[in-house]
Design a protein around this ligand. Structure first.
Ligand code: SF4
Ligand code: SF4
Length: 131
């Protein structure tokens, strides 16, 4: 199954190679969709694909080391009948999950979406909802 995780490093943890250890220990590869780091703390949004027991092992590994982990749940629904392809949602997406196709229609990549809701608020046609 595919999941997205929000991984939050508390103050003083960013210099520890916790994520690298988690990947080496569990063998689960992650795709980092978004990262906000400074010298003291940080937050990552990662997507990965694994069986449920492996995901639980990874989450447990991180939590045991003091890192906060949350699953991102929520599904993006786009009503193409309402959408006018205005593009107002494209640049506002923090993980580039929305793009303009060659035919100038707007396309959403649900695998990249981290459910922030920015496009929902930006859409003048109320064409986007998070379930
Ligand atoms: S909710 Fe919208 S703006 Fe936020 S990540 Fe998903 S597609 Fe991008
Ligand atoms: S902001 Fe709304 S109407 Fe405009 S392209 Fe995005 S989903 Fe479509």
């Amino acid at each position: 199954m595919k999941v997205k995780l929000r991984i939050v490093y508390p103050t003083g943890y960013v210099e520890r190679p916790i994520l690298a250890e988690a990947i080496l220990t569990t063998g689960i590869k992650m795709n980092i969709l978004e990262a906000t780091l400074d010298a003291r703390s940080g937050e990552l949004i990662a997507s990965l694909e694994a069986e449920e027991p492996e995901i639980e092992r990874l989450v447990g590994f991180l939590r045991d080391r003091g890192v906060k982990v949350e699953r991102i749940v929520g599904m993006l629904k786009v009503d193409k009948d309402r959408c006018i392809d205005c593009g107002a949602c494209v640049s506002i997406c923090p993980v580039q999950a929305i793009e303009i196709s060659e035919d100038w229609s707007v396309r959403f990549d649900e695998d990249r979406c981290v459910g922030c809701g920015a496009c929902v608020r930006a859409c003048p046609m109320k064409a986007v909802t998070l379930v």
